[in-house]
Design a protein around this ligand. Structure first.
Ligand code: FES
Length: 114
């Protein structure tokens, strides 16, 4: 499977500036981009499955259901959640970002923007 048909299309890489995050609530994903590239993780809280709120300018997110907080890499800042948000494989084809929720990656994984 080549990168252009991989996973689901989540948006143009140009719409994701370095140092920002965006939530695609419909797809249940948080997208982020840092100096090393693009990353994506689940927006589903690991406590009881609510969808976390949109990231603030630092990337931190709050789950409104019971108050868990996560940082911009999906790591737990405070519970009741105990597990981080799951990261997924990202590929970029012709400027289009695609995410495969069937392939888990580490929270340090980045897809470079070339
Ligand atoms: Fe998110 Fe409980 S479901 S804190």
């Amino acid at each position: 499977v080549g990168p252009c048909t991989f996973g689901v299309y989540v948006g143009a890489v140009t719409s994701l500036a370095v140092g920002t995050w965006s939530r695609t609530a419909m797809l249940g994903l948080i997208l982020g981009r840092d100096a090393r590239g693009v990353f994506a993780f689940s927006a589903t809280c690991t406590h009881s499955g609510c969808v976390v709120g949109a990231p603030d300018t630092s990337g931190n997110m709050v789950c409104a259901c019971h108050g868990s907080r996560f940082d911009g890499a999906g790591r737990v800042l405070n519970g009741p959640a105990r597990e981080p948000l799951q990261h997924y494989r990202v590929r970029i084809c012709a400027g289009r970002v695609r995410v495969d929720r069937g392939e888990f990656v580490a929270d340090t994984d980045r897809t470079p923007v070339t």
